[in-house]
Design a binder for this molecule. Structure first.
Ligand code: SF4
Ligand code: SF4
Length: 194
């Protein structure tokens, strides 16, 4: 789904395909005239063999969505979401200085093992070094909100000194902190009209 103020026509990264990944079809909330789904619940249209069972007629929201791994070259190739447990999404942020929307990323660590994903520290460090706003997201229970926090400041020193263990430790602590958050049930509005 397009993020306000962000380019809608980002080219896809060559050589990267969703394959059997269906992370966005589980992790994300979908509020489309054709389909409503809460975060953390599997979409009922996921095919048994993987992929979308209604691919040709899938909702508009699904047609427009690509995760960061599909559109951002600097997201390491190892981070396909189903393999890594790391879901990168484009995430708009209003600049405090200019009031303008600029592109950031939301990095969701879907499980504890995601902290060991190859390429995670490098990807986060690349974003922080390029002054791209980085938010860390920790999913709540299925159907609930997630916890999220901006982590650029916390990571700056570790990134500047190229200290990978320190980057990973800050991510671990931020995730642990996020898991203590208050998660509330997501209430979808009445189904929008097609
Ligand atoms: S999370 Fe990314 S790679 Fe996985 S199915 Fe969605 S768009 Fe494709
Ligand atoms: S309709 Fe298809 S693409 Fe959309 S969430 Fe469901 S399985 Fe995924």
């Amino acid at each position: 789904m397009p993020v306000p103020g962000l380019p809608e026509d980002l080219p896809l990264v060559e050589g990267r395909e969703c394959g059997p990944c269906d992370v966005c079809c589980v992790a994300l909330v979908i509020n489309d005239p054709q389909l409503q789904k809460l975060p953390g619940h599997r979409c009922r249209h996921i095919a048994r063999s993987g992929g979308c069972g209604i691919y040709k007629t899938r909702p508009h929201t699904c047609r427009e969505f690509f995760c960061g791994w599909r559109v951002l070259k600097w997201v390491r190739p190892e981070l396909r979401p189903d393999r890594s447990g790391v879901l990168v999404q484009l995430h708009g942020e209003v600049s405090r200085e200019t009031g303008e929307m600029r592109m950031g990323v939301m990095i969701t660590l879907l499980n504890g093992a995601s902290l060991r994903a190859e390429g995670l520290a490098e990807t986060v460090a690349a974003a922080v070094a390029a002054d791209i706003p980085v938010y860390l997201s920790v999913p709540g229970p299925p159907g609930h909100t997630s916890g999220r926090a901006r982590i650029n400041e916390a990571l700056r020193e570790a990134v500047l000194t190229r200290n990978k263990p320190a980057v990973l430790e800050i991510l671990r602590k931020s995730r642990a902190e996020g898991r203590k958050g208050r998660f509330v049930p997501v209430a979808l509005p009445p189904r929008p009209q097609a």
